[in-house]
Design a protein around this ligand. Sequence first.
Ligand SMILES: Cc1cc2nc3c(=O)[nH]c(=O)nc-3n(C[C@H](O)[C@H](O)[C@H](O)COP(=O)(O)OP(=O)(O)OC[C@H]3O[C@@H](n4cnc5c(N)ncnc54)[C@H](O)[C@@H]3O)c2cc1C
Length: 495
Amino acid sequence: MSGDADAIVVGSGPNGLAAAVTLAAAGLRVQVVEGAGTPGGGCRTEELTLPGFRHDVCSAAHPLALASPFFRRFGPAARGVRFAQPQVVYAHPLDGGRAGVVTRSVAETAARLGDDAAAYQRLMQPLADGGMAVADAVLSSMRRPPRYSRALAVYARHGLRSAAAVARRFRTEEARGLFAGVAAHTMLPLDASPTAGVALLLGSLAHTVGWPVVEGGSARLTDAMIEAIVAAGGQVETGHWVRSLAGLPPAAATLLDVSPRTFLALAGEALPARYRDALSRFRYGFGACKVDFALSGPVPWRNEAARQAGTLHLGGGFEEIAAAEAQVGRGQHPDSPYVLVVQAGVADPARAPRGQHTLWAYCHVPSGSAVDMTARIEAQIERFAPGFRDLVLARSTRTAADEEASNPNYVGGDITCGAQTVRQVLARPVARWNPYRTPLRGVYLCSAATPPGPAVHGRCGELAALTALRDIFGIRDQPDLSALQPCATGTRSPQ
Ligand SMILES: Cc1cc2nc3c(=O)[nH]c(=O)nc-3n(C[C@H](O)[C@H](O)[C@H](O)COP(=O)(O)OP(=O)(O)OC[C@H]3O[C@@H](n4cnc5c(N)ncnc54)[C@H](O)[C@@H]3O)c2cc1C
C-alpha cells in the first residue's frame, strides 16, 4: 500500500467499488485494498468448472443494478457493459409441467394466471406504473420521506407484511408459487415480515426494468468500476487481507466494505463499548449452498416457457416452499429445498462453448452449514426437468461454510451480510441517524450490512462515500460519475 491516498477503501465488492468511484469522481486519490486474489466480492465471473464456461460466482441476475440511482449515474452502457434480458423474466415450475411465468408485461403475466389474473393485476399494475418510485424509495438513504405516489402507497400498505399474509389474495398454485419464489429471496421464513416487501420490490422490477444478466458475466460490471477508478488515478490492490485498522497507512477517510463482525475485529478496543455491543447484536441470516454446472445442452424444463426464463424458483407450491424455508429457520436441511436457478445462456449464449450452457443454482441452509446440498439441488431440478442429470459435464459446489471462507462478509454463509428482519431493514447495522458513520472519526462502513442492504446496486457504498465527502472533505455536491473515463487495465497485485 502506497500511503499517499486521500481515502482507503477496504474491500472491492460492488459497494466498496461504488464508494471508490464516488470518491474518485470528487477528485480524491483512492486506494482500494482487497483480501481476495480477484476483485469484485459478490460480483465476479470465473471458469469454475471447465474451460470456456464462464460462471457468475455470486450475483447473476441484476434488477437492482439496473434500478440503482448509483449505476444510472455511473452509466455502465457507456462503459461497454451490456445487460441482456431473457424473454421470460422468471418462472416457477410446478409438478406436471405447469408453471407460473412472469414476463415484462403485467397484463401478459396476469393472463397466464387464470383465476388470479385480476388479483395479480390489481397488486402489481400500480407498482409497475410507478416506474422507479418504489426502487428509488427502497434504495434511498431512508432519512427523508419519499414523495407520495400511488405505487408507494401500495408498497407501504404491504411492504412490511409477510409473504404468507399477502399471498392469501391468490388462489391458484401458479400465482401463490410465484409469490413464494420471489419472497424467498429474503432468506427468512415466509410467515416473517418483511418477506412481502422483498417480493413486491423484486416482482415489480420484473415489469419495470427486468432481471437481466450481464453479457459476458457479472464481472464486467466490476471491471467497469475498476477501470474508472484507475483512470482517475486510483489503485486497486488484491491479495491483501486487512487485519487491523492500525495496520492501514494514514488517510483522511477509510471506508470499510466489511461485515460488522469484521469491523469489530479490525477496530478492537478503539470502539466505544456501547457501539461494540450494538454491532455484536447484529443478526446474520440463513446460509447458502451453491452449485455451478457445466451442461452439454439447455435444461430440458418440462414447461416450455421455463426454457426461456433467466431465473427460476424451484420447490413446488407456496406451502412446500414455506415448509422448506421454515425447516432452514429451525436449523434443518430440507430434503426438498427451495432452489434459485439462473440460466444465463438464454440471454447470453457466449457464457459457454457453442450449444453448451452454464447453470447457477443455490439453496438455503442453516447458518454455518458445511452440508453439501448438490444431490438435493440436482433432484429438485430433475423433478421439473427430467433428463437434466444426463447433461451435467462438470459441477462446482460451495457450501455455506465455503462461502464464508472465501468472503468474510458472508458470515455463516449469509450472502445478504445480515438478516433482513424488519428491524435490520430499517436500522442497519445499528440504529443511528447516519448508519455509515462510525464512532471513529474518518472511518465509515459501506458494505451491504448498511442501508439499503444486499444486492448489487452500489448504494451502500455511494451513500457512505457521500457522507465521508461531506464530513471530511467539505464536498457537498454529488460528484459527476459519468465524467469518469474508462481505461484499459485495472488491478495491481500486492507489492
Ligand atoms: C451466491 C450468491 C448469489 C447472489 N446473487 C445475487 C444476484 O443474483 N443479484 C444480486 O443483485 N445480488 C446477488 N448476491 C448478493 C450480492 O452479491 C451482494 O449483496 C453484494 O455483492 C454485496 O456487496 P458488498 O460490496 O457489500 O460486499 P461483497 O460483495 O461481499 O464484497 C466485500 C469484499 O470485501 C472483501 N473483504 C472483506 N473483509 C476484508 C478485509 N478484512 N480485508 C480485505 N478485504 C476484505 C471481501 O473479500 C469482498 O471482496 C449474491 C451473493 C451470493 C454470494
